[in-house]
Design a protein around this ligand. Structure first.
Ligand code: FES
Ligand SMILES: [Fe+2]
Length: 433
């Protein structure tokens, strides 16, 4: 890859090729619990290189507006959240959720100056435990994406958020690279071991993943992204398929065997050198079990421990990701405890990976295809002014799968029922879609 293409894929600030693509989608920005009730303290947000503040005024409007006051740039994060808007504590100017200045108490009472003052503002919407924003140019935003995890009852899902010190793309590329699972996340023996994700109790097919580290990749473009099938030998007449659903611009649904809880990873750029990583585990049909919730909250493997009161991983670059060389020698491939930390450790060597140094092999086909899809979508947006994906909200309600298919079957047809899951007519009944 040349330097120009690497820049095009990784830079997401205002006016950039990829920045414009991200801005045409609803993006997850906060957990609902971070802006929990009307009148709660405002929250500082940095997204796609823009500094903003989110608030929920007591009258019920949520806003995401410029971080600095339009008067003389005081931080609005320190402001007073009042009925109708957020008030700057420097001279009392007040801004509504749409960014409009609605009060200037240090100006004459009959002044109309405030009518000419407006801050940058983006809409916020709550769905599925997450607060979403649309930072694009359209006055009417596209519909919110109908991710299955966002439509199931709260009891069916667990959501974690992490701040990661790396460009979004290198973390996302791990999500679509099924080949690393046989190494990075594996155990040395065949026993189920803490710190290794593979060969878990109740999973029939993971033995095939352990046996073969060189899957053959097959990719298919969909309306909203790319279907990535990684094929490994199963029995004499069958293949083991891990089929990832990658969705524009940075959402990945990680394959699991049918009837098990599923993971969705979302990698949203904070700026070019940091991203916010939302990791969701959900079950489409039932509440998560006590054991599944234990794995999410306390297990420390499927999800990571964070520094108290922060979204930062306890295992981080400064402490060498708490790598335990004894565990690495005896039990697990990496010696690093949690899966998110294992990923971040190998993906965070530099803030933006220098892709001119890469030597891509056949197992990198998924990554190559997704990069092309990103560039094609961003170029179509630049040249034609729109892409269809953001308006196809129902097509985000798809599923990944890890399954075994007869060798003669084409993977996307063989697994079609699993990939499209439950009755999609439910989507249109959702009140806020
Ligand atoms: S800087 Fe905000 S009111 Fe003056
Ligand atoms: Fe991984």
């Amino acid at each position: 890859m040349d330097e120009h293409t690497n820049d095009a894929l990784t830079k997401t600030g205002p006016g950039t090729l990829m920045g414009n693509l991200f801005r045409s989608f609803w993006l997850p920005v906060l957990l609902e619990s971070e802006l929990a009730i009307p009148g709660c303290p405002p929250v500082q947000v940095r997204l796609l290189g823009e500094d903003l503040v989110a608030f929920w005024e007591p009258g019920g409007e949520m806003g995401l507006i410029d971080a600095l006051c339009a008067h003389r740039s005081a931080p609005l994060f320190l402001g007073r959240c009042e009925e109708g808007g957020l008030r700057c504590i420097y001279h009392g100017w007040k801004f509504a959720a749409n960014g409009q200045c609605i009060d200037q108490p240090n100006e004459p009472p009959d002044s109309r100056f405030k009518e000419h003052v407006r801050l940058r503002a983006y809409p916020l919407a709550r769905r599925g435990g997450v607060i979403w924003t649309y930072m694009g140019p359209d006055a009417v935003p596209p519909p919110l994406p109908d991710f299955d995890w966002a439509l199931v009852p709260e009891s069916h899902r667990f959501i974690a958020k992490y701040i990661v010190d790396a460009n979004y793309l290198q973390n996302m590329e791990g999500d679509i690279d099924s080949s690393h699972g046989s190494f990075l996340h594996s155990a040395l023996g065949s026993d189920v071991i803490e710190g290794a994700h593979l060969n878990r109790k109740g999973y029939k097919y993971e033995k095939y993943l352990m046996k073969s580290g060189n899957p053959k990749f097959f990719c298919k473009d969909t309306n909203t992204g790319v279907l990535i099938g990684a094929r490994r030998p199963a029995e004499d007449d069958s293949w083991y398929w891990r089929i990832t659903q990658w969705l524009l611009p940075a959402f990945s649904l990680i394959p699991e065997e049918p009837h098990h809880a599923i993971i969705c990873n979302m990698r949203i750029p904070i700026d070019d050198e940091h991203n916010v990583f939302f990791r969701i585990r959900w079950h489409p049909e039932r509440p998560l079990s006590e054991f599944e919730l234990y794995q999410c909250r306390e297990g420390g493997v499927l999800f990571s421990e964070t520094e108290p009161g922060t979204f930062r991983l306890k295992a981080n670059k400064q402490n060498d990701y708490l790598i335990d060389r004894t565990v690495q020698n005896l039990y697990t491939y990496s010696g690093i405890k949690s899966i998110p930390a294992q990923d971040v450790a190998v993906q965070g060597a530099m803030p933006i990976i220098d892709r001119t140094r890469e030597h891509l092999g056949s197992s990198d086909l998924g990554i190559v295809t997704v990069r092309k899809r990103l560039l094609a979508a961003a170029t179509a947006l630049r040249d034609h002014g729109s892409i269809s994906a953001p308006s196809l909200s129902g097509e985000f309600r798809v599923f990944p799968v890890a399954t075994v298919l007869k060798r003669e079957m084409e993977f996307s047809e063989g697994a079609d029922e699993s990939l499209h899951g439950r009755d999609l007519s439910l989507v249109s009944k959702n009140p806020d879609s």
